[in-house]
Write a protein that binds this ligand. Sequence first.
Ligand code: GDP
Length: 306
Amino acid sequence: ETLDKGLEKSSTTFLSKMSKAVAGKSKVDDDVLDDLEEVLVSSDVGVTTTIKIIKRIEERVARDKYLGTAELNGILREEIAGLLSESETEQGVNTGIDWNTVSKPYVIMVVGVNGVGKTTTIGKLAHQFKKDGKKVLLGAADTFRAAAIDQLQIWADRTGVPIVKQQMGSDPASVAFDAVESAVKQDADVVIIDTAGRLHNKVNLMNELSKVKRVMQKVVPSAPHEVLLVLDGSTGQNAFEQAKQFTAATEVTSLAVTKLDGTAKGGVVIGISDQFKIPVKYIGVGEGIEDLQVFNKFEFVDSFFK
Ligand code: GDP
């Protein structure tokens, strides 16, 4: 239900464009396909993924000789679910992590540019993990901005979770080291490390992130177990661009797409998941502590076509 509400704007906009595209037509022909292409691109699915979807529908039309416009939504829905499945994350686990199979402490390094909702996502995750009975620790390794440390502290207080931090300007890798070490000492189940996301210099970003990784590996050699890239869904094509830059700078293993509420750009989830082949693991659908969901392709497609 939260998801329906969160995706309402994307879904309403998309479905109304779809009904315009097929208005007065009973058969899917080249005109309808052209319009469909425009609908998908303007819904932020991205050009590459749009072309892929159109091609598959063209193939179906060619194979079946006839495709009624009444069936188009259903077929599109199938195709989209198919694309999403290729990058699907663990299903049926309410926090997105199967605690029985991961090592302890499970280290999540969170990356993304400022303003995308990184801190909020960390706070929401801490809350969910804690609710799941897990011992959580936060590491404030975005030492570039004092506000980042303060914001994380606020979420630590709000969720009642300990935080490891240092002065602004201190070495992010040293904070990460302390946080992971502290997690080991306190027998924490999970440690979530915030990092700075300055994109102005790719080499710097790459160096910084790899140093943070390298240093935490001195404590836990298998860390980080997850590199979660947070993207702001409401920025549409910018989110694609950021995904490109971060995946070039470090190995990203999962995605969180935030701010899907209040935007019509929800199609971005489809394109990003298809193009980067990295599972979308969480989606942010509000500013509140509970407004983070483990991504489920069936629920997503259901809400998108509602
Ligand atoms: P950071 O700079 O990446 O750490 O971003 P913040 O976590 O501070 O978030 C920036 C703003 O986005 C804040 O006002 C958050 O409340 C808001 N925000 C984060 N996630 C969501 C979301 O899923 N939906 C909405 N509507 N707002 C969000």
